[in-house]
Design a protein around this ligand. Sequence first.
Ligand SMILES: Cc1ncc(COP(=O)(O)O)c(C=O)c1O
Length: 389
Amino acid sequence: MLPYGKQTIEKDDIEAVVDALQSDWLTTGPLVTTFETTFAQTVGTQQAVSFSSGTAALHAAMHAAGIGAEANEEVIVPAITFVATSNAVLYQNARPVFADVDPDTLLIDPADVARKITPKTKAIVAMDYAGQPCDYEALRALADQHNLVLISDACHSLGAAIGPNRVGSLADFTCFSFHPIKQITSAEGGMVTTNDPLAATTLKEFRNHGITTDHRQRESRQQHQYAMESLGFNYRLTDLQCALGLSQLAKLSRFTRRRNDIARFYRSLLESIPHVNPLQTRAGIEHAHHLFVIRWDQKSAGLSRDQAFEQLRERKIGVNVHYQPVYQHPYYINRFGDQTGSCPIAERVYQEILSLPIFPLMREENVREVVMQLQAITQAKSNPLSKAA
Ligand SMILES: Cc1ncc(COP(=O)(O)O)c(C=O)c1O
């Protein structure tokens, strides 16, 4: 099976982890600080605080943004995202309010965000779907107008930029994931970037039980006392993982270039196939291409998206679907009731989207094979012997 995403682990990545294993620090050691400092420089922010996952990073960003300080707060999130974006709002006892997406990009639609702002709204979360930055200019204007915090879920978009401004520097808090299928990996891992040093201190406490110092600081001060000043978690990233993260971060531009080359090649081959329509890219964007998402036109294909999904998988093409509108999941229905109709574009487009394989190690012949199978399944449907018939 050709997977839809896959990590690239090279010899020097393995050596970096082995070196860390042989050092004095396995968990919170000097590589955590080096990874954070290098990451902040890479994305152009003052602060970067590492976490054990992208989900932990989102939870911490919600906390540092002050979400949940009062009862009945609302946070606006896109309807089409991974559940972790919206679950982080729930962890802080606030209510996620879903905004619809643009049908051509699947990015949160600022006009629908504006419609969904109420006196209870505290923050907006933008999610850079597939690796493309949202319209941060419009979202920033809304946030400033209504005194809201702007949080970016950039778990898809490390390496992307709008003009000279890199993802990581476009919101009050930006959250990244280093899960293996992401732009770079630390196995599991995450990061929050911000330009607010006080918020960075809050983030560091939150990942370490709400304790104000870490064990290295106490060691160097020859001190045994510590103070827990808020309720936090163990959301720390280990030195072992930071060794891998640092080694991978050095390759980010190469990985991003390769993803862009693959996306360009897909686009050129797909131009002549009317039932397969790649999402659009906004002007002035440097895309990270975490995913390559197309809209499947059931009418001209004569097959539904789900039939295409099944048949491509039978042909060893590991397509996927990102994502079902979050409020359609049973937990959300049980807790908040049926919200059908609240984001009609997301509901409709969800029936059409398909993520095609894309990862740096993919070869041109793999891309050709995917495109060939995208055509072949529609031709096979008229064959009475085929499964699709
Ligand atoms: C959009 C989005 N948000 C959040 C996450 C959560 O990241 P992690 O898996 O590192 O917890 C992911 C990861 O799959 C994601 O794609």
